[in-house]
Ligand binder design. Structure first.
Ligand SMILES: N[C@@H](CCC(=O)N[C@@H](CS)C(=O)NCC(=O)O)C(=O)O
Length: 203
């Protein structure tokens, strides 16, 4: 098996952190996004979506979509559980993973793709209005997230999960459009600091 990966990409990092938390080691195959290797004929035949990460299994099966790849590893190695436990726990992880993805991760990605000159090679044309709108969406969601985190340690409750991984990768990617977590958002800052201290954060 091998994982097509790139250091630059927050989606690929989600899978690397997930694997680190599970203690699973998978050979990495680097893809240079800025050289558009993901749009080559070979890579497109693996993933017509032309995106990383992609997991190639030994029997030739291809899995794309970061959360689907994580789900695969959760099923083959259930511990530590990163998609929640029990009916309610699993539903809560799914809820928070999805919300963090749609409301935080996605707008940050769009801010970068449409607003940062280095990403023009990936996003053409870049739409400055869209970048500005997405940036504002990020700024609006941060205080809400802070309130959500006031009464719990992790995104989905008292256990670390894939929802936290999505949140960490999103918050760290805010570095590119220079969005900082405002100092008054103490719960969000505490959460981010705690996730950043986990050994998996370096993955
Ligand atoms: N929904 C996909 C999104 C993957 C994605 O957007 N990957 C980006 C890097 S973070 C990419 O490969 N971009 C290449 C491009 O836009 O050409 C997933 O979660 O795996």
């Amino acid at each position: 098996m091998k994982l097509f990966d790139t250091k630059l990409a927050p989606n690929a990092r989600r899978v690397r952190i997930f694997l680190a938390e599970k203690g699973i080691s998978v050979p990495l195959e680097p893809v240079d996004l800025m050289k558009l290797e993901q749009r080559s004929e070979d890579f497109t035949s693996l993933n017509p979506d032309q995106k990383v990460p992609v997991l190639a299994l030994d029997d030739g099966t291809i899995l794309s979509e970061s959360v689907a790849i994580c789900r695969y590893f959760e099923e083959i190695q259930p511990e530590p559980a990163l998609f929640g436990r029990g009916a309610l726990g699993r539903a809560q992880v799914e809820m928070w993973q999805r919300r963090l993805e749609l409301e935080l991760f996605f707008p940050i990605m769009e801010t970068v793709r449409n607003g940062h000159p280095a990403w023009a090679v990936l996003e053409s044309p870049q739409l400055a209005d869209h970048a500005a709108k997405m940036r504002q969406r990020v700024l609006d969601v941060l205080p809400r997230l802070d309130r959500d985190l006031a009464d719990r340690e992790f995104a989905a409750g008292d256990a670390f999960s894939i929802a936290d991984i999505t949140g960490l990768c999103a918050l760290d990617f805010m570095r590119i459009p220079r969005i900082r977590i405002p100092d008054e958002l103490v719960h969000l800052k505490r959460w981010h600091a705690a996730l950043s201290e986990r050994p998996s954060a370096t993955a």
